[in-house]
Write a protein that binds this ligand. Structure first.
Ligand code: ADP
Length: 616
């Protein structure tokens, strides 16, 4: 998406005060460039039509004047030929035809361009969002930016383009109409400006006020969406019914919506009075001038044609002034919304490739050296000097209390975040020197919150390596066999083509089977590092046992990091690392850790006692 002119405008300050005519111009250039690069032919057509529509009213006024004067000349006996009347009528007919056709043609081109721009902007927003860091999606501030960029920005951009064109069209109309009126009554340009300018300022301010209102509403709008979700989402409804939360949620929803309504009412009322005042003032001025024109016709200075032209043109001029001002204020409001899009597109990911990334075709050993990490906005560091090594092909188990930082460590290992301090190395190479995509493609994983894709059973597995597997059913079936879910899939109504998930009315699975599909996805990845974060959380003991043997197959030859709070799961590790308060506090085999009688041994004894199997 073209960005250059906008960068000069600067970021969005949220209250619209930075938006002036100069920046409006920069936004116009940006939007026209965007439209041009999206569909040049439509942009040209709209521009030409704007030009034509700009001069048509003046053409019509001249036609009226010519026709009236020719008719007066004929009736006064100054000429006997009908030719001038026929000529004026033919000319008028032609201009009227253009006048009738141009708006419809403009609308057609505009609608087509709106569709094209909608497609382009919405997909550009998603493509850009996909480049941003995980951190972006976790911060409320960034959620607001994303929300604002998504809030019909595409429609706003196309409206802005329309406004820019309307400003051009109405500007042309204004200039030509004022020119004609000035010939008849020289006071016109002197009187129009003093009335129009305050109105421009009024509308300009109102546009910024309206925008501020929308800007400030972003977080509140997300709240309303949250309440709607709690009241309507199938996963949330059961609990909110049991707690009878509906009256409370509806009340809070209504309070927000009522505050929006009251603010809107205020703005609408302000706009109504302003427009009314301007309309009344302009009407009085023009009728005063009309009187002067009639006086001058009676005095023989002007012709009857001039009266006809003044009447027709002055009412059209009022319309044009109103439309031009409306377009300017609307352009300002829309430009402020475009600024949101620019702000979003200007966000850059922090986790990026090294300028010349080192190639990676296999992950052997892993090393963390004094790794520190604090979540954005958090007061305390989550990782506080993690130091550990995992040897090539080793299965390392990671245990620790909830909140000790295990999942965070995994996120750093996959470069979903980068450390604030210290280094993570694969085979001695700092992972920041690798290409992010290549690194991630080397990781087969099951995360705690694994994906449940509303897609076919085959696609749920193929997403593990979709570029290759969406068209390779035999490899999908092989991964399903390795994960131990092949028979279950074959028994589904349409086998591998069975659409899974309830959101769109597909075939639903138990949590455990979803987890097996996630394992299938892990098998589908041609990766050398295996990361399993609570992989058996949704399984009962029997299913967990069955899954273990699959893990062993999957882990064979892979360097593996296995997180679990279940000692049965962690038992398959070659070595266990114990996390506490953001660092590795113990490490060794199960037996070594029990012998050293530290935190791990205490946890293990507690677990055995809970299982009714006191060891000591
Ligand atoms: P574990 O996996 O050991 O349970 P986590 O790595 O999930 O621990 O979390 C460690 C700490 O980091 C917790 O205190 C948690 O609240 C905090 N934390 C986790 N994710 C985020 C986040 N996205 N933003 C801020 N704090 C977070």
């Amino acid at each position: 998406m073209s960005r250059a002119p906008i960068n000069a405008v600067g970021a969005n300050d949220g209250n619209g005060s930075r938006m002036d005519f100069r920046s409006l111009w920069a936004y116009t250039v940006w939007t026209v460039a965007l439209a041009w690069s999206t569909r040049a032919s439509l942009t040209v057509a709209i521009g030409l039509l704007a030009l034509v529509r700009g001069v048509v009213p003046a053409g019509l006024a001249l036609f009226a004047r010519g026709l009236v004067n020719a008719t007066v000349a004929l009736t006064a006996g100054e000429t006997t030929s009908l030719r001038p009347i026929v000529m004026w009528l033919a000319l008028g007919c032609m201009v009227s035809l253009i006048d009738a056709m141009a708006p419809a043609a403009t609308q057609l081109c505009h609608r087509r361009l709106v569709d094209e721009l909608n497609l382009r902007i919405t997909s550009d927003v998603l493509v850009h969002a996909a480049t941003l860091d995980l951190e972006f999606f976790e911060s409320p501030k960034h959620q607001d930016i994303l929300e604002r960029a998504r809030q019909d920005t595409a429609a706003r951009a196309t409206h802005f383009l329309h406004n820019a064109i309307e400003i051009g069209t109405n500007g042309l109309q204004l200039a030509s109409l004022v020119g004609i009126l000035a010939v008849i009554e020289p006071l016109v340009p002197l009187l129009v400006a003093p009335f129009a300018l305050p109105y421009v300022v009024f509308k300009w301010r109102l546009a910024a006020q309206r925008y501020r209102e929308v800007h400030e509403r972003t977080a509140k709008l997300r709240w309303t969406a949250y309440f709607v979700n709690l009241l309507t989402d199938r996963d949330a409804v059961a609990e909110s019914k049991m707690l009878d939360l509906a009256p409370q949620l509806v009340l809070r929803f209504r309070e927000l919506m009522e505050s929006f309504r009251d603010r809107d009412r205020l703005l609408h009322r302000r706009e109504f009075f302003g427009s009314w005042l301007f309309g009344a003032a302009m009407t009085l001025v023009f009728f005063g001038l009309f009187f002067r024109v009639v006086q001058r016709v009676v005095a023989g200075v002007l012709t009857l044609g001039d009266v006809a032209v003044f009447g027709a043109v002055s009412s059209r001029l009022r319309q044009s002034v109103d439309l031009a001002i409306l377009s300017i204020s609307s352009a300002r409001e829309n430009a402020l919304h475009i600024a949101n899009l620019i702000e979003f597109l200007a966000l850059e990911p922090k986790v990026v490739d090294a300028p010349e990334p080192r190639p990676l075709d296999h992950v052997g050993s892993i090393e963390f050296e004094d790794v520190w990490f604090t979540y954005p906005g958090a007061e305390q560091a989550t990782l506080r000097g993690v130091t550990m090594q995992i040897a090539r092909g080793e299965i390392a188990g990671l245990v620790g209390e909830n909140g000790s930082g295990k999942t965070t460590l995994v996120k750093l290992l996959c470069r979903l975040y980068d450390p604030d301090r210290g280094a993570i190395r694969f085979d001695g190479v700092d992972i920041r020197e690798l290409a992010v995509d290549q690194l991630r493609s080397q990781v087969a994983f099951i995360f705690q919150h694994y994906g449940r894709y509303e897609a076919s059973a085959a696609d749920n597995i193929a997403y593990g390596d979709w570029r290759k597997l969406l068209t390779d059913r035999s490899r999908v079936e092989e991964a399903a066999r390795q994960a131990g879910i092949a028979r279950i899939i074959e028994e589904m109504p349409d086998g591998y083509d069975t659409f899974i998930g309830r959101r769109f009315g597909g075939y639903d699975l138990s949590g455990g089977r979803w987890q097996y599909l996630a394992l299938g996805r892990a098998f589908a990845r041609d990766a050398s590092l295996l990361v399993l974060d609570e992989p058996t959380a949704s399984l009962d003991a029997a299913a967990e046992f069955e899954l273990f043997s699959r893990f062993r197959d999957l882990a064979r030859g892979h360097t593996t990091l296995l997180i679990s709070h279940r000692f049965s799961t962690i038992g398959m590790a070659d070595r266990i690392l114990v996390m506490g308060e953001g660092r590795i506090v113990e490490s060794g085999t199960h037996e070594e850790l029990l012998a050293s009688d530290g935190g791990y041994a205490a946890l293990y004894r507690l677990h055995r006692r809970q299982m009714g199997d006191p060891l000591d």
